[in-house]
Design a protein around this ligand. Structure first.
Ligand code: 13P
Length: 252
Protein backbone atom coordinates (compact mmCIF):
# COMPACT_ATOMS: atom_id res chain seq x y z
CA UNK A 1 0.00 0.00 0.00
CA UNK A 2 1.29 3.38 -1.04
CA UNK A 3 -0.25 5.43 1.68
CA UNK A 4 1.76 7.98 3.53
CA UNK A 5 2.06 8.29 7.30
CA UNK A 6 1.53 11.84 8.49
CA UNK A 7 2.14 13.09 12.02
CA UNK A 8 0.58 16.53 12.31
CA UNK A 9 0.60 18.84 15.30
CA UNK A 10 -2.36 21.10 15.94
CA UNK A 11 -1.17 23.92 18.14
CA UNK A 12 -4.70 25.34 18.46
CA UNK A 13 -4.59 28.87 19.99
CA UNK A 14 -1.11 28.56 21.46
CA UNK A 15 2.26 30.27 20.86
CA UNK A 16 3.11 33.79 19.75
CA UNK A 17 5.30 34.35 16.68
CA UNK A 18 8.44 34.54 18.85
CA UNK A 19 7.44 31.36 20.71
CA UNK A 20 6.70 29.71 17.37
CA UNK A 21 10.26 30.39 16.19
CA UNK A 22 11.70 28.90 19.37
CA UNK A 23 9.53 25.76 19.44
CA UNK A 24 9.71 25.11 15.71
CA UNK A 25 13.50 25.45 15.77
CA UNK A 26 13.53 22.58 18.26
CA UNK A 27 11.08 20.61 16.12
CA UNK A 28 13.24 21.11 13.04
CA UNK A 29 16.44 20.18 14.87
CA UNK A 30 14.83 16.94 16.05
CA UNK A 31 12.81 15.99 12.96
CA UNK A 32 14.33 17.40 9.80
CA UNK A 33 15.08 14.71 7.23
CA UNK A 34 12.92 11.97 8.74
CA UNK A 35 11.42 9.76 6.07
CA UNK A 36 9.10 7.29 7.84
CA UNK A 37 6.37 9.92 7.93
CA UNK A 38 5.59 13.47 6.91
CA UNK A 39 5.87 15.92 9.80
CA UNK A 40 3.45 18.86 9.80
CA UNK A 41 2.81 21.59 12.35
CA UNK A 42 -0.49 23.46 12.07
CA UNK A 43 0.03 26.82 13.72
CA UNK A 44 -2.16 29.87 14.37
CA UNK A 45 -2.49 32.07 11.27
CA UNK A 46 -0.47 34.93 12.77
CA UNK A 47 2.44 32.50 13.32
CA UNK A 48 2.61 31.27 9.73
CA UNK A 49 5.35 33.64 8.52
CA UNK A 50 7.54 32.74 11.51
CA UNK A 51 6.87 29.04 10.94
CA UNK A 52 7.69 29.26 7.24
CA UNK A 53 10.92 31.10 8.02
CA UNK A 54 12.11 28.49 10.51
CA UNK A 55 11.14 25.46 8.40
CA UNK A 56 12.47 26.80 5.05
CA UNK A 57 14.65 24.23 3.32
CA UNK A 58 13.68 21.46 5.77
CA UNK A 59 11.29 18.52 5.50
CA UNK A 60 9.02 19.92 8.24
CA UNK A 61 5.79 21.28 6.76
CA UNK A 62 3.53 24.07 7.91
CA UNK A 63 -0.24 23.90 8.12
CA UNK A 64 -3.06 26.28 9.00
CA UNK A 65 -6.07 25.53 11.21
CA UNK A 66 -8.88 26.89 9.06
CA UNK A 67 -9.57 28.44 5.65
CA UNK A 68 -12.50 30.40 4.28
CA UNK A 69 -14.51 29.07 1.35
CA UNK A 70 -14.65 32.24 -0.74
CA UNK A 71 -11.79 33.68 -2.78
CA UNK A 72 -11.98 37.13 -1.19
CA UNK A 73 -14.48 39.72 -0.03
CA UNK A 74 -16.30 41.12 2.97
CA UNK A 75 -15.61 38.31 5.46
CA UNK A 76 -14.04 40.12 8.39
CA UNK A 77 -11.59 37.99 10.32
CA UNK A 78 -11.33 35.24 7.72
CA UNK A 79 -8.32 34.00 5.74
CA UNK A 80 -8.42 32.79 2.15
CA UNK A 81 -6.85 29.75 0.53
CA UNK A 82 -4.75 31.98 -1.74
CA UNK A 83 -3.40 33.85 1.27
CA UNK A 84 -2.35 30.56 2.84
CA UNK A 85 -0.81 29.28 -0.38
CA UNK A 86 1.15 32.43 -1.00
CA UNK A 87 2.43 32.29 2.58
CA UNK A 88 3.90 28.85 1.91
CA UNK A 89 1.36 26.77 3.79
CA UNK A 90 0.89 23.22 2.49
CA UNK A 91 -1.81 21.74 4.76
CA UNK A 92 -4.95 23.07 6.39
CA UNK A 93 -7.09 21.49 9.10
CA UNK A 94 -10.80 21.69 8.25
CA UNK A 95 -13.79 20.94 10.45
CA UNK A 96 -12.03 20.42 13.75
CA UNK A 97 -14.56 19.61 16.46
CA UNK A 98 -13.64 22.82 18.31
CA UNK A 99 -14.65 24.80 15.24
CA UNK A 100 -17.85 22.78 14.98
CA UNK A 101 -18.56 23.27 18.68
CA UNK A 102 -17.62 26.93 19.19
CA UNK A 103 -17.67 28.59 15.78
CA UNK A 104 -20.71 27.29 13.98
CA UNK A 105 -18.87 24.97 11.61
CA UNK A 106 -21.25 22.55 9.90
CA UNK A 107 -20.84 19.62 7.54
CA UNK A 108 -21.85 21.99 4.74
CA UNK A 109 -19.18 24.59 5.52
CA UNK A 110 -16.66 21.79 5.96
CA UNK A 111 -17.53 20.69 2.44
CA UNK A 112 -17.18 24.23 1.04
CA UNK A 113 -13.86 24.83 2.81
CA UNK A 114 -12.51 21.45 1.66
CA UNK A 115 -13.42 22.16 -1.97
CA UNK A 116 -11.86 25.62 -1.77
CA UNK A 117 -8.65 24.34 -0.16
CA UNK A 118 -8.23 21.60 -2.77
CA UNK A 119 -9.02 23.93 -5.68
CA UNK A 120 -6.21 26.19 -4.49
CA UNK A 121 -3.54 23.56 -4.11
CA UNK A 122 -3.75 23.05 -0.36
CA UNK A 123 -3.89 19.62 1.28
CA UNK A 124 -6.95 19.28 3.50
CA UNK A 125 -6.90 17.48 6.86
CA UNK A 126 -10.62 16.94 7.32
CA UNK A 127 -11.72 16.11 10.87
CA UNK A 128 -14.62 13.88 11.85
CA UNK A 129 -15.64 12.41 15.17
CA UNK A 130 -18.51 11.53 17.45
CA UNK A 131 -19.38 13.04 20.81
CA UNK A 132 -19.58 10.98 23.98
CA UNK A 133 -23.39 11.09 23.85
CA UNK A 134 -23.36 9.79 20.28
CA UNK A 135 -21.00 6.96 21.23
CA UNK A 136 -23.21 6.05 24.20
CA UNK A 137 -26.23 6.07 21.91
CA UNK A 138 -24.37 3.64 19.67
CA UNK A 139 -24.60 5.89 16.61
CA UNK A 140 -20.86 6.45 16.09
CA UNK A 141 -20.74 4.88 12.62
CA UNK A 142 -23.89 6.67 11.53
CA UNK A 143 -22.52 10.04 12.67
CA UNK A 144 -19.11 9.50 11.05
CA UNK A 145 -20.78 8.24 7.87
CA UNK A 146 -22.88 11.38 7.55
CA UNK A 147 -19.91 13.66 8.28
CA UNK A 148 -17.78 11.94 5.63
CA UNK A 149 -20.45 11.85 2.94
CA UNK A 150 -21.27 15.53 3.44
CA UNK A 151 -17.63 16.67 3.74
CA UNK A 152 -16.69 15.16 0.39
CA UNK A 153 -19.85 15.87 -1.58
CA UNK A 154 -18.80 16.88 -5.09
CA UNK A 155 -15.08 16.27 -4.42
CA UNK A 156 -13.51 14.22 -7.23
CA UNK A 157 -11.49 11.03 -6.83
CA UNK A 158 -8.42 12.86 -8.18
CA UNK A 159 -8.81 15.62 -5.60
CA UNK A 160 -8.98 13.00 -2.82
CA UNK A 161 -5.23 12.44 -3.37
CA UNK A 162 -4.76 15.68 -1.42
CA UNK A 163 -7.12 14.78 1.41
CA UNK A 164 -6.21 13.41 4.81
CA UNK A 165 -9.00 12.28 7.13
CA UNK A 166 -8.52 12.72 10.87
CA UNK A 167 -10.73 10.63 13.14
CA UNK A 168 -10.97 12.56 16.37
CA UNK A 169 -13.55 11.30 18.86
CA UNK A 170 -14.68 14.47 20.62
CA UNK A 171 -14.64 12.76 24.02
CA UNK A 172 -10.93 12.00 23.65
CA UNK A 173 -9.78 15.51 22.76
CA UNK A 174 -7.82 17.22 25.50
CA UNK A 175 -9.35 14.92 28.10
CA UNK A 176 -6.45 12.52 28.56
CA UNK A 177 -8.92 9.80 27.63
CA UNK A 178 -7.64 8.08 24.48
CA UNK A 179 -9.75 5.77 22.37
CA UNK A 180 -8.46 2.22 22.80
CA UNK A 181 -6.40 0.92 19.91
CA UNK A 182 -9.36 -1.23 18.90
CA UNK A 183 -11.90 1.61 19.11
CA UNK A 184 -9.68 3.86 16.99
CA UNK A 185 -8.89 1.11 14.49
CA UNK A 186 -12.53 0.11 14.10
CA UNK A 187 -13.62 3.62 13.16
CA UNK A 188 -10.59 4.28 10.91
CA UNK A 189 -11.33 0.99 9.12
CA UNK A 190 -14.97 2.03 8.76
CA UNK A 191 -13.85 5.36 7.26
CA UNK A 192 -11.58 3.61 4.77
CA UNK A 193 -14.41 1.27 3.83
CA UNK A 194 -16.71 4.19 3.23
CA UNK A 195 -14.10 5.91 1.05
CA UNK A 196 -13.86 2.65 -0.92
CA UNK A 197 -17.63 2.71 -1.43
CA UNK A 198 -17.56 6.34 -2.54
CA UNK A 199 -14.34 6.39 -4.57
CA UNK A 200 -13.15 2.82 -5.10
CA UNK A 201 -10.44 0.78 -3.44
CA UNK A 202 -7.45 2.58 -5.00
CA UNK A 203 -8.42 5.89 -3.41
CA UNK A 204 -9.30 4.12 -0.15
CA UNK A 205 -5.99 2.26 0.02
CA UNK A 206 -3.99 5.43 -0.66
CA UNK A 207 -5.76 7.84 1.68
CA UNK A 208 -4.10 8.71 4.98
CA UNK A 209 -6.44 8.25 7.96
CA UNK A 210 -5.15 9.76 11.19
CA UNK A 211 -6.27 9.26 14.76
CA UNK A 212 -6.43 12.25 17.09
CA UNK A 213 -7.45 12.64 20.72
CA UNK A 214 -4.97 12.51 23.62
CA UNK A 215 -2.36 10.79 21.46
CA UNK A 216 0.90 11.08 23.35
CA UNK A 217 4.45 9.79 23.63
CA UNK A 218 3.26 6.74 25.58
CA UNK A 219 0.30 5.51 23.53
CA UNK A 220 1.34 6.56 20.00
CA UNK A 221 3.32 3.47 19.00
CA UNK A 222 0.42 1.10 19.74
CA UNK A 223 -2.16 3.28 17.96
CA UNK A 224 0.11 3.75 14.95
CA UNK A 225 0.69 0.01 14.71
CA UNK A 226 -2.97 -0.54 13.85
CA UNK A 227 -3.62 -1.42 10.20
CA UNK A 228 -5.88 1.50 9.36
CA UNK A 229 -4.25 4.27 11.41
CA UNK A 230 -1.75 6.10 9.22
CA UNK A 231 -0.74 8.91 11.48
CA UNK A 232 -1.90 11.25 14.18
CA UNK A 233 -3.33 14.70 14.70
CA UNK A 234 -1.74 15.76 17.94
CA UNK A 235 -2.89 18.61 20.18
CA UNK A 236 -1.27 18.98 23.60
CA UNK A 237 1.73 16.75 22.90
CA UNK A 238 2.62 18.82 19.81
CA UNK A 239 3.51 21.74 22.08
CA UNK A 240 6.49 19.83 23.48
CA UNK A 241 9.24 18.98 21.02
CA UNK A 242 10.42 15.92 22.97
CA UNK A 243 6.97 14.34 23.17
CA UNK A 244 6.11 15.19 19.58
CA UNK A 245 9.39 13.69 18.39
CA UNK A 246 8.72 10.46 20.27
CA UNK A 247 5.39 10.26 18.42
CA UNK A 248 7.11 10.92 15.07
CA UNK A 249 9.62 8.19 15.87
CA UNK A 250 6.80 5.77 16.75
CA UNK A 251 5.96 5.42 13.06
CA UNK A 252 7.48 2.20 11.86
P1 13P B 1 -5.22 16.52 22.18
O1 13P B 1 -4.08 15.74 21.58
O2 13P B 1 -4.75 17.65 23.05
O3 13P B 1 -6.22 15.65 22.82
O4 13P B 1 -5.95 17.24 20.95
C1 13P B 1 -6.29 16.48 19.86
C2 13P B 1 -6.75 17.39 18.80
O5 13P B 1 -7.79 18.00 18.89
C3 13P B 1 -5.90 17.57 17.62
O6 13P B 1 -6.54 18.23 16.61
Amino acid sequence: MARKYIIAGNWKMNKTPAETKALLSEMVAKNNGKTACEVVLCVPAIDIPAAIEVTAGTTVKVGAQNVHFKDSGAYTGEISAQMLRESGVEYVIIGHSERRQYFGETDETVNLRTAQALANGLKAIVCVGETLAERKDDITFEVIGIQIKRAFKGISAEAMANVVIAYEPVWAIGTGETATNEQAEEVCMFIRGLIAELYGTDVANDITVQYGGSMNAKNAADLLAMDNIDGGLIGGASLKSEDFTVIVDSVK
